[in-house]
Design a protein around this ligand. Structure first.
Ligand code: HEM
Length: 263
């Protein structure tokens, strides 16, 4: 007699392959659930949306390279300036809130993948030492960058959620200056590695590139390097703008555009 059920009960349902994917083991065949599959899809879909968001985010923040006016006008646009001739804080809150919600759902779903005991951790380590596969290395990079991001994303979005008017060429620059280059660079590297490796893993999982994984991985590495290069230049622009503003000794005020595209 087993601890959990009689032999008759235990062997009454031998899980088929579909049930195994749904997380059904012999002893809980009676309690099979769709939730593991739903959680998995939720993690993938939120990850895909966040990955796509990172490209939009890069275009949006890097617009400052074309001038403070360009960034100001984009921020004004997403705040609905063209609708009523003023920036609507609530529109920023809705957008940032939606992205933050995706981050939270994604993180909660991903928690299932973390080793929760020394034994699990040790198993992963031994498996990795036994077969050092590159995709396993990438999985470990995902776990490490996920921890870094969990610590860095909320301090990034919370001030913007609480004070959406502070998003703009001057105040965002001063913000980057105060955060410093080291913090921002670590945040940038963790973000791009996690996001781009994540998209690569989705492409493999959904068989987007019909098996040519080597080539796909190379493309992904190139995109990571390009995103970090582009982000570093953008970071430098915010940082040096912020430094100049702080060192000027003048009161730091919200930027006034020379050219308002929406007037
Ligand atoms: C809708 C939500 C978001 C908005 C409105 C936003 C806005 C901004 C702005 C204005 C900057 C410029 C400097 C600064 O203020 O720090 C910035 C920088 C940055 N953000 Fe976000 N962000 C959002 C979400 C995220 C998320 C979810 C991540 C990462 C997972 C992220 C990663 C970064 C990084 C790494 C930088 C610095 C590097 C660079 O300038 O390219 N952001 N963000």
């Amino acid at each position: 007699m087993s601890m959990y059920s009689s032999d008759q009960e235990k062997y009454s349902n031998v899980p088929n392959s579909e049930e195994i994917i749904a997380g059904v083991e012999l002893r809980n065949a009676k309690r099979k659930s769709r939730w593991p599959a739903i959680c998995d899809v939720a993690q993938s879909v939120t990850g895909l949306l966040l990955g796509i968001f990172l490209f939009c985010h890069m275009a949006f923040t890097s617009s400052i390279q074309l001038g403070k006016d360009v960034f100001w006008n984009l921020v004004a646009f997403s705040g609905g300036y063209p609708i009523n001739g003023e920036e609507n804080a609530w529109m920023h809150v809705v957008l940032i809130g939606a992205i933050t919600l995706l981050v939270i759902i994604h993180a909660l779903m991903a928690l299932r993948r973390f080793p929760t005991s020394y034994r699990m951790f040790h198993n992963i380590k031994s498996q990795y030492q036994f077969i050092a596969h590159r995709d396993t290395t990438l999985w470990i990079v995902q776990i490490v960058t996920a921890v870094i991001l969990t610590g860095m994303v909320f301090p990034h979005v919370t001030p913007m959620l609480l004070d959406p008017h502070s998003i703009g060429p001057n105040l965002s620059s001063v913000h980057t200056y105060h955060n410093g280059l080291v913090w921002t660079f670590i945040f940038l590297c963790a973000t791009e590695l996690h996001g781009m490796i994540g998209l690569y893993r989705l492409a493999v999982k959904w068989d987007v590139c019909s098996g040519n994984r080597e080539a796909l991985r190379k493309v992904m590495y190139c995109v990571v390097v390009l995103m970090i290069a582009c982000g570093s230049m953008t970071m430098w622009t915010y940082y040096s703008n912020g430094k100049a503003l702080v060192e000027s000794g003048e009161p730091i005020v919200k930027y006034e555009p020379v050219n308002n595209w929406w007037k």
